[in-house]
Design a protein around this ligand. Structure first.
Ligand code: PLP
Length: 393
C-alpha cells in the first residue's frame, strides 16, 4: 500500500500517550495522580446532561444541518455578543465536533508547500502537527516566561513575510497559562494591517478561565480584522464537556462556504442530542461555570505556592486556563526525562514542555484540573523524588 507522504509528517498529542501509560500503571496497581490531562475534573452540569437525554427522547436522532441547528448558532452569536459586544451574526457560525476541528479546517485551508503558518511555541501540539501535514512551513512564535507567557506582538510581527498565510494565536493559553494583555493584542492587530492577505485564527477555548485582575481580550473586539478572523471556541473546557465533542467557530463570509463544504464532506453534522445539550449550556444557568472557575483559581494559587517550594523549581503565576508551567532547569533534569521519571517512579503524570514545542525545554506542564488533595499529594511525591534523585549525568 502506498499512503500519501503527508501522513509521514502528521504528529500527535503526547497527553494522550501519557494518559494511556498512566492507565497501564494504574492497572498494575500503582497509585496514579494525573496532572497530565487537559480536561476539567468536574462532571458536565446536570441541566446540560438532561437536555441531551430529553433531545434523545424527543426523537432528535437524525441529521441536522451540516452547519448546526439554527437555534444553537443563534445562541452562540448571542453569547459572543453579550460577552464581547462583538456584532457577530449567526450566519458566520458553524457548530463543529470539538475545538480541534476548527484548527484542522483552518490549517487545511491555508497550508500547502511554500506557505508559512505562524503558531505559538510552546503551544497546543496539533497546530504544528497539522501545519506539517499540509506541507506548509511551521514558523514558531516563541512564548516566553519573561513575558508572563503572553505572546509578543513585536516578535510575532517580525516573523511575517509575503509567504505567511495564517497566524495562529492562543490566549488564555495551553500549556503555559499565559493571558496576553490588550496592549499586545492592539499592537498585533495594528501591525497586521500591513499584511491584509494574512488570515488569523484565534484559539479562545479558555476564554472564560482568567484569574486575578486579568481580562480576556477577544480578537472579536477588532472590526478591522473581522473579514479574515477565524475564531475557535467550544464547550469542552467551559462546560466540562470534553467527551461530548462540541465546538464552534466563526468564519468570515469569504471562507464560510469552504468550511460548510468541508463539514458536508467530513462529518455531515454534529451529534444531534449533543447540540441540544450545548444549547442548554449557553442558555441555561451559568452558576456552575462560575463555581468551577473559582475552584480552579483557588487550586492555581495553591499549586504555584507548592511548586515554588520544590528544589530547583520556580513557577510564575499563570493567569488563565488550568495549567501551570514551572521552570525546572535548575533541577538539572531534561523536561521529558523528568516527566517520564515522575510518572514511572512516583505515579505523578505531567507533560514535558518539549511536547508543546522546542521552546518548551526546561519546563513541565502541570494541569491543576485535579482535587487540591491530589495536587498536594503529588507535590509531596515530586518533592521527595527531586530530593533523592539528582539529574542523570
Ligand atoms: N485549543 C486548545 C488551546 C486546547 O488546549 C484544546 C484542548 O486541550 C483544544 C483547542 C481542543 O479542544 P477539544 O477537546 O474541544 O477538541
Amino acid at each position: 500500500m502506498q499512503v500519501v507522504s503527508n501522513f509521514d509528517r502528521i504528529g500527535e498529542e503526547n497527553a494522550f500517550a501519557v494518559l494511556a501509560r498512566a492507565g497501564e500503571l494504574a492497572a498494575e496497581g500503582k497509585s496514579i495522580i494525573n496532572l497530565g490531562i487537559g480536561q476539567p475534573d468536574f462532571p458536565t452540569p446536570d441541566n446540560i446532561v438532561e437536555a441531551a437525554v430529553r433531545a434523545l427522547r424527543d426523537g432528535q436522532h437524525g441529521y441536522t444541518p451540516a452547519i448546526g441547528i439554527p437555534q444553537l448558532r443563534e445562541a452562540v452569536a448571542t453569547d459572543l455578543n453579550n460577552r464581547y459586544q462583538a456584532g457577530v451574526s449567526a450566519n458566520n457560525i458553524i457548530v463543529v465536533p470539538g475545538g480541534k476541528v476548527t484548527m484542522f479546517a483552518a490549517i487545511l485551508m491555508f497550508g500547502e508547500p511554500g506557505a508559512e503558518i505562524l503558531y505559538p511555541d510552546p503551544g497546543f501540539p496539533i497546530y504544528r502537527s497539522m501545519i506539517e501535514y499540509t506541507g506548509a512551513t511551521p514558523v514558531p512564535i516563541p512564548i516566553r516566561e519573561e513575558n508572563g507567557f503572553a505572546f509578543s506582538a513585536a516578535e510575532t510581527l517580525s516573523l511575517l513575510n509575503d509567504k505567511t498565510r495564517l497566524v495562529i494565536v492562543n490566549s488564555p493559553a495551553n500549556p503555559c497559562g499565559g493571558v496576553t494583555p490588550k496592549s499586545e493584542i492592539d499592537a498585533l492587530v495594528k501591525g497586521l494591517t500591513e499584511f491584509p492577505d494574512v488570515a488569523i485564527m484565534s484559539d479562545e477555548i479558555y476564554d472564560q478561565m482568567v484569574y486575578d485582575d486579568e481580562q480576556h481580550v477577544s480578537l472579536l473586539g477588532y472590526p478591522e480584522i473581522r473579514d479574515r478572523l477565524i475564531l475557535l471556541n467550544g464547550w469542552s473546557k467551559t462546560y466540562a464537556m470534553t467527551g461530548w465533542r462540541m465546538g464552534y467557530s466563526l468564519w468570515p463570509d469569504a471562507l464560510f462556504e469552504n468550511i460548510r463544504k468541508l463539514a458536508v464532506n467530513a462529518w455531515s453534522c454534529v451529534n444531534a442530542p449533543a447540540q441540544f445539550a450545548a444549547l442548554e449550556a449557553l442558555t441555561g444557568p451559568q452558576d456552575q461555570v462560575t463555581s468551577m472557575v473559582a475552584e480552579f483559581d483557588a487550586r492555581r494559587v495553591r499549586v504555584v505556592e507548592e511548586l515554588n517550594k520544590l528544589p530547583g523549581v520556580s513557577c510564575i503565576q499563570p493567569k488563565g486556563a488550568f495549567y501551570a508551567f514551572p521552570n525546572i532547569t535548575k533541577t538539572g533534569w531534561k523536561a521529558k526525562a523528568l516527566a517520564s521519571a515522575l510518572l514511572e517512579e512516583t505515579g505523578v503524570a505531567t507533560i514535558g514542555g518539549p511536547d508543546f514545542g522546542i521552546h518548551g525545554e526546561g519546563y513541565i506542564r502541570i494541569s491543576y484540573a485535579n482535587s487540591t488533595e491530589n495536587i498536594l499529594q503529588a507535590m509531596g511525591r515530586i518533592n521527595e523524588f527531586l530530593e533523592n534523585n539528582p539529574a542523570p549525568g
